[in-house]
Design a binder for this molecule. Structure first.
Ligand SMILES: [Zn+2]
Ligand SMILES: [Zn+2]
Length: 240
């Protein structure tokens, strides 16, 4: 049993690390193509971002590996694989519920990490990226990595989700994590400045968090930032 858990954890660490390297690598390559020289002078910073990110990937793999093992051998979690186990409309709804729950967890723990002690202890690592690059997506101190690593493995015990929808959630998490730190907006202006775009977080929004620190704490949606009056709009370069 111990061997099987260890194997599952190691496999998950490998998957999370490979996913990070692939996603950040693709968007860093794209940045070099469409914005040549954009990351000039940031070599040392990017090396640190990759180091912290791989350490964080190791931490993320532990709860994910334990839960994946329990799902496989003991029937843990509410992850299901029959398409009609729940009504079909529940498939997209479950994705939104997961993203909103993750966003809520992120917003409030992120605000807590901006309190002076927690910032110095942990979150300063993430803000050492000035400006952030595509490699900063998982650049977290181990304390912040633990806080981030537990939420999805916890949610799968509380909210039912189809395994493919869980994959969709993890894909959105990975892609948005990278593109929000890339330093330039990849989504079309027509979306970013649309009514829907007003509620979504992309690079234009998260960039301002890295510039000003005391606003724009959200992850996917601007709901909590707007409700708590911490939303200061888009970074200057992206204002309409
Ligand atoms: Zn950030
Ligand atoms: Zn922050």
């Amino acid at each position: 049993m111990g061997f099987a858990i260890a194997f599952s954890i190691l496999a998950m660490i490998g998957i999370v690390a490979a996913r990070y390297l692939a996603a950040s690598g693709i968007f860093a390559w794209l940045t070099a193509k469409v914005r040549p020289g954009f990351y000039t002078g940031l070599d040392m910073q990017m090396r640190r971002e990759i180091g912290w990110s791989l350490a964080a990937a190791t931490i993320y793999g532990v709860p994910a590996g334990v839960v994946a093992w329990g799902w496989d051998t003991l029937g843990w979690t509410l992850i299901y694989s029959e398409w009609n186990a729940y009504p079909l409309w529940y498939l997209p709804l479950s994705v939104l519920v997961y993203l909103f729950a993750h966003d809520t967890w992120f917003y409030w723990t992120h605000r807590w990490m901006h309190r002076p002690r927690a910032f110095r202890l942990a979150h300063a690592v993430h803000h050492a990226s000035r400006p952030p690059t595509a490699w900063a997506a998982m650049s977290f101190h181990p304390v912040e990595a633990i806080i981030g690593a537990v939420i999805i493995p916890l949610l799968v015990f509380i909210i039912p989700i189809h395994v493919a929808m869980l994959a969709a959630v993890l894909t959105v998490m990975t892609v948005m994590g990278v593109t929000n730190h890339m330093g330039w907006e990849i989504f079309p202006r027509r979306l970013v400045h649309s009514r829907l775009g007003n509620w979504l977080i992309t690079a234009s929004h998260h960039q301002l968090h890295h510039e000003r620190y005391s606003c724009n704490y959200g992850l996917y949606f601007r709901f909590w930032d707007r409700l708590c009056r911490t939303d200061k709009g888009l970074a200057d370069a992206y204002r309409p």
